[in-house]
Design a protein around this ligand. Structure first.
Ligand SMILES: [Zn+2]
Length: 133
C-alpha cells in the first residue's frame, strides 16, 4: 500500500512529497556515490514525486554516464533525491529515506532492505560485504 510522505533537506529550502509503498522495498548500494553518502533509498515512478518548494535551491550533480541526476540543496548540502531514466524503470526518482519528515521509524525499519552491488554494475545482486552500507 502506498502512502504519501513529505521530505525536506536540512535547512528546509527544498521540500517534496512522494508516494511510497515501503513494503515494496528499500535499497542501499555500494557504488561510488551511494556509499559515500550512505544513501538509503526507495525508488518510485516519476509521477509519484512532487517537488513542493526549492527548485531554485537544488543543485544537480551528475557524473560518469550521466544517467542519474543527484539533486542536493545548494544551501545545506543534503541530497534529497536523485532522478533519472532507464529502459527498465522509465523515469524514476530515488528518494533519500533519511529526508522523510513524517515516516515513522517503525515503518522504515519494517521495510524490506535490498543491498545492491552497484560498484560492479550488478544491481540485482548483493555485494559480499554489506555492513558498511
Ligand atoms: Zn537545504
Amino acid at each position: 500500500m502506498k502512502k504519501t510522505y513529505h521530505g525536506s533537506c536540512h535547512c528546509g529550502a527544498v521540500r517534496f512529497a512522494c508516494d511510497i509503498g515501503l513494503a515494496q522495498g528499500t535499497s542501499k548500494c555500494n557504488c561510488s556515490i551511494c556509499s559515500k553518502g550512505r544513501f538509503w533509498k526507495a525508488v518510485i515512478k516519476a509521477d509519484a514525486f512532487r517537488l513542493l518548494q526549492g527548485a531554485d535551491a537544488l543543485s544537480d550533480y551528475h557524473f560518469g554516464r550521466d544517467i542519474i541526476h543527484h539533486m542536493f540543496c545548494s544551501r545545506c548540502g543534503i541530497k534529497t533525491f536523485g532522478h533519472g531514466q532507464t529502459k527498465e524503470l522509465g523515469e524514476f526518482y530515488g528518494i533519500n529515506l533519511a529526508c522523510l519528515d513524517d515516516a515513522p521509524p517503525a515503518e522504515l525499519m519494517a521495510a524490506p532492505l535490498q543491498y545492491q552491488d552497484g560498484k560492479n554494475n550488478k544491481w540485482e545482486s548483493s555485494p559480499a560485504e554489506t555492513r558498511q552500507l
